[in-house]
Ligand binder design. Structure first.
Ligand SMILES: NC(=O)c1ccc[n+]([C@@H]2O[C@H](COP(=O)([O-])OP(=O)(O)OC[C@H]3O[C@@H](n4cnc5c(N)ncnc54)[C@H](O)[C@@H]3O)[C@@H](O)[C@H]2O)c1
Ligand SMILES: [Zn+2]
Length: 350
């Protein structure tokens, strides 16, 4: 990755003025805005007045199932018909699906053009838009095709969250919890002591972005340290994948990660890293906020089996990020299939 992410190309703001200024200064030949039906309705009306009257609006259908090569083809086709060139700009106005896929389309179209991430979900504001990972799903494999590329700008306009459904907000909040647990114990205690509904989201987002940006600046291509961002994701992804095609029990990403964090914190406690009281506090907080998942006894083994597919494993060994203490994580921690099963059984019995 030639450019390194710096906090300068991430703007967190409650006004869109700087964005208008950015567009004026840059003088792009053409501008495309990618939206889905929800961000078209709720977010595009706020951004449209800042754009030149002539621009391309690309609307895709919302949902992870559309983060595919077919949707990319349609985006590339519309960009081609609109005669966009390498001095044009793509604005990704949406959640992580649009950010990942629109960024991928921009970075591969004519070998790359500028793109701005304008994340509109909490998950995208604190996680997906920061760090330069772009991509799409392929066959049944998530984020299988993609690239690393730092966006020209990440423009985090916090009022977009006002129209976000409560369930989506809570899903994104799991990544906020994660950032505190892996990097900032004080902020974790702050979360515990303050009312979720009364949060000053701009400052919560600022903190979360700083944690992620710090990690990414030190390890942009995920050779090591960046794996700490994977806390909760080894077991969380397995749970998410297992229930993906079950409409009644499918979980949002953050809902699965919240459970994954509990299971991986349990393993951290079992290995003598965090203590029982610290684990108990996490259990209490997360259980009070997130829906409880009923895992049937016969589902434990197949869920655990899915952790063997994790991208971060090495040489057939499950490698997990565990909490060394609250506010500090260790990556590449070997865990066994039996330990994963034990953790899931522990969660089931809570
Ligand atoms: N690149 C990365 O580092 C990274 C990190 C984490 C997740 N991701 C990816 O992010 C994706 C998930 O992102 P997501 O949770 O934002 O999902 P999403 O993009 O599907 O958005 C969730 C839902 O919220 C709607 N929505 C978005 N903004 C809205 C608003 N302001 N008001 C009302 N509705 C709104 C969307 O239309 C969608 O229905 C996954 O594909 C995941 O792989 C990427
Ligand atoms: Zn995540």
């Amino acid at each position: 990755m030639s450019e390194i992410l710096t906090k300068q190309n991430v703007h967190i703001t409650q006004s869109l003025e700087a964005f208008a200024q950015f567009l004026n200064e840059k003088n792009y030949t053409k501008i495309a805005v990618i939206v889905d039906e929800n961000t078209f309705q709720h977010c595009y009306p706020l951004v449209k007045p800042l754009l030149p009257t002539q621009h391309l609006l690309v609307e895709i259908t919302s949902g992870e199932q559309h983060k595919t090569l077919e949707t990319c083809s349609s985006i590339w086709l519309q960009m081609t018909d609109y005669q966009m060139d390498r001095k044009s700009l793509v604005i990704n106005l949406g959640g992580g699906v649009i950010g990942d896929m629109g960024g991928f389309c921009a970075t591969t179209y004519k070998r790359g053009m500028d793109f701005v991430q304008m994340p509109t979900t909490l998950l995208a504001q604190v996680d997906a838009s920061v760090g330069g990972k772009l991509g799409i799903d392929f066959q049944q494999f998530k984020n299988h095709i993609g690239a690393f590329k730092i966006p020209t700008w990440v423009y985090i306009y916090t009022p977009f969250l006002q129209t976000l459904p409560a369930r989506q907000l809570l899903s994104g909040f799991a990544e906020v919890i994660k950032h505190c647990l892996i990097a900032d114990a004080n902020k974790w205690y702050f979360l515990l002591q303050n009312e979720y509904l009364a949060f000053d989201w701009a400052s919560i987002i600022q903190h979360s972005v700083e944690v992620k940006a710090d990690v990414v600046e030190n390890d942009p291509l995920e050779h090591g340290l960046r794996k700490i961002l994977n806390f909760g994701h080894t077991i969380g992804h397995a749970i998410e994948s297992f229930y993906l095609n079950d409409p009644k029990r499918a979980l949002l990403h953050g809902e699965a990660i919240a459970i994954g964090m509990l299971c991986e914190a349990y393993l951290s406690e079992q290995k003598g890293f965090i203590n029982a009281q610290e684990l108990g506090t996490m259990v209490q907080y997360i259980q009070a906020m997130y829906p409880r998942l009923i895992i049937q006894a016969n589902e434990i083994t197949p869920i655990a089996q899915l952790t063997t597919q994790d991208k971060k494993n090495e040489g057939g060994q499950i490698k997990c990020t565990l909490l060394e203490q609250i506010g500090k994580a260790n990556f590449n921690q070997p865990i066994t299939l039996e330990e994963v099963e034990k953790a899931l059984m522990w969660y089931q019995g809570l």
